[in-house]
Design a protein around this ligand. Structure first.
Ligand code: MN
Length: 717
């Protein structure tokens, strides 16, 4: 079992000035709380955190990382809490340990390979500190090294598969290729034992055969380098079993067709020497030009530098040769910046490049950080700033945009789940639907049958799908409502003109009208009446053209009087949040300045102003109502209707009219009606500036002799 002193010595070697007190204390504490626990190997449990810490020391990590490595299993496996760790070892160590603990709590599902990419991203996204990932990788590496102690082959294969799917690619992504390769090699053995054994045997056989060949290439290279006065080291090495296997699979090759199971590496002192060496090799053996890669001139984003060339070797075989300086070799071999394998086919994206640059900085400059906050600032990572990763109750991972809510999640699962969503649980707790989800959350949605989406949801949902579906639902609802409203309007108007709406539908007349207006069905036509795009009269005049002329006359008279102000957009009305919107006054309730009013948003025809107590307003959908106010400077006149009850008296009309004109109000319409009981009824529609003016007029009319009663009425017809 490795001892803490071995680890400390390793650290002092690369960081002689470093304060290792926190490591000592972490070691003592870890030994205490893990006391009595055993590994499957029969060793004390403590051997595991020690090995993990040792791997991190090999990667030359800082003291907090090593301390966290020693403590990485204490929250999960012992009674210790995050607070305990924080009190004893500080916030940085506690943050790393709790990060590792969170990753351990991720469910591993059977469907893991299918969503491996999501899970990898999730792990990287959850570990907001790169050191969490490094400890997790070291942890997995030691567990793989000791996988043979697991009794169940099924379990071994499961863990090995997860390693291939999740951890090896993460190691590759971070540029830690020695971990990637070791993980893959062990996992290959446990997942595909037969293939592993077959390749193992073939490599061993080839080794015997190739012994001479390797010797020959080595000697010829060395001789050439000497000729050119290039001092160098030459190494020949075998490819990994797993790499050979992958190459055979991906290119359908037989083992003996994999020409490059041996690769050569030449290490020199300077960059000019590297290029000189390349020239020398190409003069010795014919290069395959498309196989030449100059990562010295164009370093990989992870700082990897080397020249790779493939040439036709002494026996007519392809030989792959890497040429680099010892510094470059150091970067690739030691510390975190281990092997960046030339055969890694995937392109490195920008964030990995940046991350890698950061890792190097961490390794090289850790002793230069005086301020712990500054250091911490530099170990924070956010590789996927726009996405979060959450779990379904079945352990499936779903990707959502940042700031997504349970409603977004519900719509992502299924439109129906979204529509019927009435509640949500995150990590087992009920939360409001507006709650912002975080990476790693386990989300479940509570649905209620027949529940409908709420337009309010549009205020907080983030995904396009949720927005579109909610809007579609609202539109469908509006159409339905518009249809019943339109139908009601048509029936009423038609009845007044002694026409039967139903009969016109039945006779097919309405279908004809629908076609005239370009609608596919009578329902569409009616809905558009409800939307306010058509009036019932327009519909009727097409259905019964003979009624039209009569109507035209009447409408033209009215529009002569009130049409002028119809065209003006802001007739003394302020519409909340909207400038310059087309405003019309409803004819049903004739609102006046001073009345409390409400706006109704019509389709394509702006806002109609109603009195708040107008009966029609009650029938209208809430969603389309909008707050409106009278502005202070209204100069317009507005129609108002009043009903005057009198004892019938000749000449009374003239008396009332003179009162009205005294207030400089015009009479638009005047009608009289005489009841048999001797009661006379006068209906006036007059133009007034405000409710104030109307009230004064009404008060004065009441003073006219024989007038019994004056009332403002909603509608004059
Ligand atoms: Mn562990």
């Amino acid at each position: 079992m490795i001892r803490i002193t071995d680890i400390l010595e390793k650290i002092w070697e690369y960081n002689p000035e470093g304060d290792t007190d926190v490591i000592d204390r972490a070691y003592i504490y870890s030994a205490q709380v893990h006391d009595g626990q055993m590994r499957l190997s029969g060793e004390p449990y403590l051997s595991h955190p020690l090995e993990v810490a040792d791997i991190l020391a090999d990667m030359r990590l800082d003291a907090d990382s090593i301390a966290a490595a020693l403590l990485h299993d204490v929250i999960e496996d012992t009674p210790a809490t995050k607070e305990d760790i924080e009190n004893m070892f500080g916030p940085s160590v506690a943050h790393i340990v709790s990060g590792v603990t969170k990753l351990s709590a991720l469910p591993s599902t059977t469907k893991i390979s299918q969503q491996a990419e999501s899970l990898r991203k999730m792990i990287l996204a959850m570990a907001d500190d790169i050191r969490v990932v490094l400890i997790k990788l070291a942890d997995r590496l030691h567990n793989m090294r000791t996988l043979n102690y697991h009794r169940s082959p099924k379990k071994q294969a499961g863990i090995a598969q997860e390693t291939l799917d999740i951890y090896a690619p993460i190691a590759a992504r971070l540029g830690i290729f020695w971990i990637k390769h070791e993980l893959e090699e062990i996992a290959f053995y446990y997942t595909m034992r037969d293939e592993y054994e077959r390749i193992h045997a073939m490599v061993n056989r080839a080794k015997d055969e190739k012994e001479n060949y390797i010797q020959e290439v080595n000697e010829k290279l060395l001789k050439k380098m000497k000729e050119m006065d290039l001092t160098c080291d030459i190494k020949g090495r075998y490819k990994q079993h797993y790499s050979i296997y992958q190459k055979m699979m991906s290119q359908s090759l037989e083992f003996n067709e994999v020409y490059d199971i041996v690769a050569f590496r030449i290490i020199l002192d300077s960059v000019p020497q590297c290029y000189a060496a390349m020239g020398a090799i190409h003069s010795l053996w014919k290069p395959i030009y498309y196989k030449i890669k100059d990562y010295i001139g164009n370093p990989k984003p992870n700082m990897y530098q080397s020249i790779h060339t493939t040439v036709v070797g002494p026996r007519g075989e392809r030989v792959e040769i890497q040429i680099r300086t010892s510094d470059m070799d150091q970067i690739a071999e030691s510390g975190i910046a281990a092997h960046w394998s030339y055969k890694e086919g995937t392109k490195v994206d920008e964030s990995t490049g940046e991350l890698f640059a950061w890792i190097r900085k961490l390794v090289e400059n850790q002793e230069n950080y005086n301020d712990p906050d500054e250091f911490l600032e530099n170990v924070r990572i956010d590789l996927y700033p726009d996405e979060i990763y959450v779990f379904t109750p079945q352990g499936e991972i779903k990707i959502l945009p940042k700031q997504a809510t349970p409603v977004d999640f519900a719509y992502l699962i299924h439109t129906e789940v979204g529509a019927q969503c009435t509640g949500a649980k995150v990590n087992g707790k009920l939360v409001p639907l507006t709650q912002l989800l975080k990476t790693g959350d386990k989300v479940s949605i509570i649905t209620t049958k027949d529940h409908n989406p709420s337009p309010d949801w549009l205020n907080f949902v983030k995904t396009v799908k949720a927005k579109t579906k909610i809007r579609a639902w609202i539109n469908a609802q509006e159409k339905e409502r518009s249809y019943s409203l339109g139908r009601e309007m048509c029936e009423k108007t038609f009845r007044k003109k002694n026409q039967s709406f139903n009969a016109l539908v039945k006779s097919g007349e309405m279908m004809r009208v629908a076609e005239i207006f370009g609608f596919k069905s009578v329902d569409d036509l009616i809905a558009n009446v409800g939307f306010g795009k058509l009036t019932p009269l327009q519909v009727l005049s097409k259905a019964k053209p003979e009624l039209e002329k009569q109507e035209e006359k009447k409408e033209s008279i009215i529009s002569k009087i009130v049409g002028r102000r119809k065209k003006k957009s802001t007739n003394g009305i302020i519409v909340e949040g909207l400038n310059d919107i087309l405003v019309r006054f409803s004819k049903c309730c004739n609102p006046l300045p001073g009345d409390s009013i409400i706006g109704y948003i019509t389709q394509g025809q702006g806002v109609t102003i109603h009195r708040k107590n107008c009966l029609n307003v009650m029938k209208m959908s809430d969603e389309r109502q909008i707050e409106v106010q009278w502005s202070d400077n209204f100069t317009e006149s507005y129609p108002a209707s009043i009903k005057v009850r009198t004892d019938d008296r000749f000449g009374l009309l003239a008396d009332i009219a003179s009162v009205i004109s005294k207030y400089k109000s015009n009479i638009l319409i005047a009608k009289t009606e005489t009841k048999e009981t001797g009661v006379g009824l006068f209906y006036f529609t007059i133009l007034v500036g405000s409710t104030d003016q109307l009230r004064k007029i009404m008060t004065d009319i009441r003073k006219v002799k024989k007038v019994m009663d004056v009332k403002r009425i909603v509608k004059n017809d």
